[in-house]
Structures are given as structure tokens and as C-alpha cells.
Design a protein around this ligand. Structure first.
Ligand SMILES: [Zn+2]
Length: 548
């Protein structure tokens, strides 16, 4: 296998990709170099940025320097001794219509110049094209893919199979299945550039995850044209391992300054929020006063170092199991990225299946977008399969205590003690806590990671409240046959009121007795606790307090 996964978090992974020139660590961004226009030379990238790999356009190389590159080999020609990937020129097709080269010539050329990673000459679908045209691009790309693989004369190059279909997700799925079955070492999602330029990140989520769901999980996935640091964490979290981009240079030419949360314009900047060698040495004003070539070079340096530091931040987040928290942070840098975060909800099942189970780190829950994280669904599934204590007759719901694990908190211990003091046989009582984001947490389980290792922000938003209530309802409705009553210790607020109404409704559907303790502002103080104990006692006797 050319690709070995070392660490995982969500669908993101730190991997080692072996090429004929060397091993590179993913996730990795390959900066696009163009020998005709280059603010930063490949040598600079290697020495100053410790860049592991770069990418050049085979079509432009062939057109402008064909014989020289073939004679010297791509590494010597570019002056870069590490891994070199070549793209076929498909992007030029997207922009200029057609290119005057046939697919087999480009394949042959990439073999001749000794690329480490090479891409077939595919036909990019582009954004929002009619179905007929999208279909053609998919079928023609597949036809070329088969031809290319048949015509290869060396076996030490990693070949990339591009998935097309654009925003026609059924075509993306079909294309992904077909490309995944062929002998490519790397799969790639084509033509997302226009989607990203339009900030349609939720569409990107659909495209990437459709591709990911339909390709072999163990193969690396390349995302073409992704190079803005503020969205890379999303791409990695969705299972993309490789990226290529010229954005660092294109932005620099337009006096655009990249940050990990967006783009600034040099024209209006007074301070640099960065400590790279450029930003330490110069002010925005210094750069504005420079000749444009020099300014472009320095901005390209800053942009590239911002991209690389974001990649390191993503890798560290994967190691710590905190990639979701990074998405929450980046999701707040632009509303369209928040759209993307919200869109992940639709793929929570797929995320749950493929995410590693635990890194032991605490879960930070901010708002309803966090309900999509795998730990939440995992608990829901686990709870569904879990066998509650046998023969419980009374189900008691408590609000979350201030400390965790709940069963060891001062508040819950006090309740348990009071119950034991007042009631002889406590075995038929089953205690659960209703708490965001996990919904229902039986006290028997609250030691299990991460049910005690989380912090939630209060007050909860409406969607999260609905989720918790829904989980409580489901737990009541799917409960033990022997259960006769439900006792709720609710808090004195709108959420408490809503919870009472919904529990009452679920109980009446199931024919259970429903009792609530006295609701006051001080949930854990003496009176409400006494009232709770008395309700539990009534429930055990299956007597409605109103009848007593
Ligand atoms: Zn900087």
C-alpha cells in the first residue's frame, strides 16, 4: 500500500504516502508552481518552508518547455528534489474550453518527465452545468481513465483518478464508484474550484462526502484547487488528504492577505495579525510602498506560511481528537462555513461510522451544530442497545448537576441518600439525567467516556432543547415493559415547562403514571428534593399524588 494512516479524527487522518522520490505526510497542500510566473521558486519552498511536495501543470510544461523538461526530468528542471506532482491541464480546459493535446500524449509526457504523482487528462464538469453536459464529462473522464491505465509503461508513478459530476450528486456518486474500482492509487474530486470561489461550502460538503462515501475509504482523496486556510479543516474533516492550490500566489498578485479565518486586503490593513518572517519585519504600509513585484513576493510568502501553519494546526487537532472543535471555530469565520458545519448534520451517520471512538479528550458543546458530532450519535445508538436495570418500575429524570460524573456530584448524591433514607426498596428505581448534548444519561453509564468529559454552554438553544426533549420522550416510549411511572425533577424555566408537557404526553401515550416534583428556582434545595422523594415514593405505590 502506498498510503498508511497513522492517526484519525472525524474522517480526517494523518497519513504517510509513499512515492518513488520519498514519503510525504498528509494532510498536505502542494503549492502550484508555474515556471513562467513564480513569486516563490521551488527551491525557496523547499528551503524556507520545508515544503514536502509541489505541483506543476503538465500541459503548460509540455507546451512551453516540452523537450527540455523531458531531457532533464521534472525534478531537475524545477530545481526541486522532493516530491513533484503534475496536473494534466484539465483546469485549462475548464477555463479555455479545449486544449490542443490528446489525453494519451499528456499521460506519456508525465511518464517521460518522471512525475511522482500524475493526473490523467480528465474533463472537468464545472459548476451548474446542464445534466447532459455533466453526464458527458463524467463518461468521457471514465473513458480516458480506462485508456490511460491501459497505456501506462511504468509502474512507479502514483496515478490520480478524478471524480467528476459537479453539483449533480448522482453523477458524482457514479463517477466515484467507477474511479474507485479502477487501479488508481489516489482518487480526486474535480472541479470544486468554482464552488469554493462562490463560497458555496455547504455544496462542497455534499460533493466531497458523496465522493467519500463512494470511494474506497483507505485510498487517499485529493481535493483539487482547495487552498484557502480557512476551509482546509473542513476538507480534512471530510476525509480529504491532499490539496493543491495556486491561491497563495494569485491572492498575492491581487494584494490579498490570507488569514486562517478569511481574507484581508492590504489596502485597508494597518496591522498584520501574524508572526511570520514577513509580518514581523514589515508593516502593511511598508508593503504598500514597495514595488509591486517585491510586494507580491512577500505577500505570497506570508500566504503560504499561513496555509502551512493551518495544516500543522489541523494535524495537531487530529492528534488531540479536537478536529470538531477546530471546525466550530472556523465555522464562525464566515456564515458560509457555518452552513458547511450545519450541513454535516445530514451526514452524521457516516461520520459516526468512520470516526475513531475516543481520544479521551473533553467534548466542548457550543450549540446545536455540535449535535452532528459523532460522540452524540454514538451515545444515542449505545443507549438504544443498552439494557437498563432489570425490572425497574419507576423512571426518574434529574437535571444535570453542576459537577460530573453526575452520580458523584453533591446534588445527585444528596437525592440518592434522601431516597435511600425514605424508601426501603430502591431497586425498582431507575435514575437518569437529561443533559445536552447527549440527551438521556443513565446514572449507571455516566462514567463512560465522554458522558462526564464534556462542557456545554448555557442557556441551550432551541434546537438543542428539542433534541434533549426528544431523547427523553424516546427513552420513555421505548422503556421497560414493567415500568409503571415516570417522575420528573424539572427546573423552573421555559425548558422545564416544555419538558413537563412532553413527558406528560409521552406517559399518557404509554399509559404510565407521570409525576413532577415541586418546581422552584432552587432545584437542588431542601423543599424540592423532599417533594421529589415523596413523588418517587408515591410512584412506587403507583398512586397519583392528586389522589392521595
Ligand atoms: Zn505573516
Amino acid at each position: 500500500m502506498a498510503f498508511e494512516v497513522m492517526e484519525k479524527d472525524l474522517l480526517g487522518r494523518i497519513g504517510r504516502l509513499t512515492t518513488k522520490t520519498g514519503v510525504v505526510e498528509t494532510p498536505m497542500l502542494l503549492p502550484v508552481v508555474n515556471p513562467l510566473v513564480q513569486p516563490l521558486t521551488p527551491k525557496t519552498m523547499e528551503i524556507d518552508f520545508d515544503c514536502q511536495a509541489i505541483i506543476a501543470n503538465a500541459y503548460l510544461l509540455k507546451k512551453n518547455f516540452g523537450e527540455e523538461v523531458t531531457a532533464r526530468g521534472i525534478h531537475d528542471f524545477l530545481g526541486f528534489n522532493r516530491v513533484v506532482m503534475t496536473d494534466s491541464g484539465a483546469y485549462q480546459i475548464l477555463v479555455y474550453g479545449d486544449v490542443d493535446v490528446n489525453p494519451m500524449e499528456i499521460t506519456q509526457f508525465q511518464e517521460d518527465i518522471g512525475s511522482d504523482i500524475a493526473v490523467i487528462l480528465d474533463v472537468p464538469t464545472g459548476w451548474n452545468v446542464p445534466r447532459e453536459k455533466a453526464k458527458y464529462t463524467v463518461e468521457e473522464t471514465l473513458r480516458r481513465a480506462r485508456l490511460t491505465l491501459q497505456s501506462l509503461t511504468r509502474n512507479d508513478i502514483l496515478w490520480v483518478g478524478p471524480i467528476q459530476g459537479g453539483n449533480h450528486l448522482d453523477f458524482v456518486a457514479h463517477s466515484a464508484v467507477s474511479i474507485g474500482e479502477m487501479g488508481f492509487q489516489i482518487c480526486a474530486l474535480g472541479s470544486p474550484t468554482q464552488v469554493m470561489e462562490r463560497y458555496l461550502f455547504s455544496v462542497l460538503v455534499d460533493m466531497v462526502l458523496t465522493a467519500k462515501q463512494n470511494t474506497p475509504f483507505e485510498k487517499p482523496l485529493h481535493l483539487f484547487g482547495a487552498g484557502h486556510p480557512f476551509m482546509l479543516s473542513f476538507a480534512v474533516a471530510m476525509g480529504c488528504d491532499l490539496f493543491d492550490s495556486a491561491a497563495y500566489a494569485l491572492y498575492a498578485r491581487q494584494d490579498k492577505y490570507m488569514t486562517d479565518y478569511g481574507t484581508s486586503r492590504l489596502r485597508i490593513m494597518e496591522y498584520f495579525p501574524c508572526s511570520c518572517d514577513v509580518c514581523r519585519k514589515y508593516t502593511p504600509k511598508d508593503l504598500r510602498e514597495m514595488p509591486s513585484r517585491e510586494r507580491e513576493r512577500l505577500l505570497a510568502r506570508h500566504n503560504l506560511s499561513t496555509i502551512f501553519s493551518e495544516i500543522r494546526r489541523i494535524k495537531q487537532a487530529i492528534r488531540e481528537g479536537r478536529l470538531w472543535e477546530l471546525l466550530e471555530l472556523r465555522g464562525r469565520s464566515h456564515p458560509s462555513l457555518l452552513d458547511a458545519l450545519k450541513r454535516l448534520q445530514g451526514y452524521r451517520r457516516f461520520l459516526e461510522v468512520h470516526s475513531p471512538s475516543s481520544k479521551g479528550r473533553g467534548v466542548f458543546f457550543f450549540d446545536a451544530t455540535g449535535l452532528a458530532r459523532p460522540a452524540v450519535l454514538r451515545h444515542q445508538i449505545k443507549l438504544f442497545k443498552w439494557q437498563p436495570p432489570r425490572d425497574y418500575r419507576v423512571l426518574v429524570f434529574l437535571p444535570p448537576s453542576t459537577s460530573k460524573p453526575f452520580h458523584r456530584s453533591r446534588e445527585v448524591k444528596r437525592i440518592l441518600r434522601s431516597v435511600e433514607d425514605a424508601i426501603e426498596d430502591v431497586d425498582p428505581i431507575h435514575f437518569c439525567v437529561y443533559a445536552a448534548p447527549f440527551g438521556v444519561v443513565p446514572l449507571e453509564l455516566d462514567d463512560v467516556y465522554p458522558l462526564s468529559q464534556f462542557e456545554a454552554s448555557f442557556p441551550l438553544d432551541a434546537e438543542t432543547k428539542d433534541y434533549v426533549i426528544d431523547q427523553v420522550r424516546t427513552y420513555i416510549l421505548s422503556g421497560n415493559h414493567g415500568c409503571t411511572s415516570v417522575v420528573l425533577h424539572a427546573e423552573d424555566d421555559a425548558f422545564g415547562e416544555q419538558l413537563i408537557r412532553e413527558c406528560e404526553d409521552a406517559c399518557s401515550k404509554k399509559g404510565l403514571l407521570f409525576l413532577t416534583s415541586e418546581v422552584t428556582e432552587k432545584t437542588w434545595s431542601k423543599r424540592p428534593v423532599e417533594s421529589l422523594v415523596s413523588r418517587i415514593s408515591s410512584a412506587l405505590k403507583n398512586v397519583n399524588v392528586k389522589d392521595e
